[in-house]
Design a protein around this ligand. Sequence first.
Ligand code: ACO
Length: 371
Amino acid sequence: MSETIIVPKGLYGVAVSETGIAKSTSDGTLTYRGYSVEDLFENSSFEETAFLILYGRLPSKKELLSFSSALKTNARVPEQIYGIMKNLRKDAHPMDVLRTAVSALGANEHRLSSEEQKQSLIAKMPALVANCYRITNGMDTIDPDHDLDTAANLLYMISGGRPEKFDAWAFERELILYMEHDLNASAFAVRVIASTLADVYAACTGGIAALKGPLHGGANEAAIEMLLKFKSPDEAAIRIQEMLARGEKIMGFGHRIYKTRDPRAQLSKQMLKNLLKEKKKEETMYELCDAVEKKMWELKKLPANLDFYAAPTFYTLGIPIEVYTPIFAASRIVGWVSHYNEQLQDNKLFRPDAIYTGPNKLDYVSMDKRS
Ligand code: ACO
């Protein structure tokens, strides 16, 4: 066996896989399969970007139609899964309900082929996400509307009403930004599980578990909770300074890769401005965010990440806060499945070594002799 290599904590700066799916760079660029996220944000749809990420190229018109139609055909979640979700505590976080639901779906669909499983999981995520929110809030479950595309459908199922066209378009832009991000913590979790040859539901259940944490996807909920406490940009700047002085982390800031700017955050920031204008709302939320962003740069040289601007955008769209992280999962499922596929194309079990620091050569002590 070769000598053990000790890598930095958190695998900082260590490449553990090759990937052809997405590329992010420290100076603030992001591409999916070679296309800039700015280009896709402006021109593409959820379904088209999902096809690109999954299959590595933009679809023809016929391929896109067939892909979208397969998503619609598979979008309904069986009542049995809702039954399991309804049996969980009503005060559970929707992310916990979602994680359980995806795991339960795996038990239900174990007879499907691997390709059918992936298609079913991606197609059902919007209904699972919307209904994990509805169930934990004592509302009736809702089925997808066959006439709506993925983004509009998700908004529809969360609110129970058909969304305005602009709202659905804006929401779809955010989903495109959330769809994939190379080897982030949840994608890595997915790849580790995939490397054991477990099924796609198992791998994505692990992805959801990793995404829930506030250092990853949970940051969008934490960011809006913080923003809502500030009454003015001046107060926001002062409070941020105080929080930093107390050694607190400011959610929605910093990134393992992006050190000067997160390109997704900047696109989302512009979207927030446009949305407020479209809805003829005051720009207070935008001004608060801008003040926090400026203060964070001044004091810590940390850029806002996507979660910081996606959260107020969702808030402006009237989306309930507890479903922000599940929404992230509804889009990132595409990235996870792509990583699952890529891992299996050239698989090697992830099984790192560890430096043992515990005690040695202890003798077993029977119960009556333990102090
Ligand atoms: N607030 C205050 N200080 C911070 C923050 C923050 N948000 N982020 C990093 N720092 C500090 C770190 O504590 C560290 O300080 P130290 O050197 O004195 O210990 C320093 O800045 C450098 O941190 P990094 O090493 O660059 O951070 P790392 O790559 O380990 O972590 C992470 C990245 C987890 C995203 C971190 O910035 C963080 O906790 N941010 C808040 C949570 C968040 O917004 N997560 C969302 C990520 S993006 C996404 O999921 C879409």
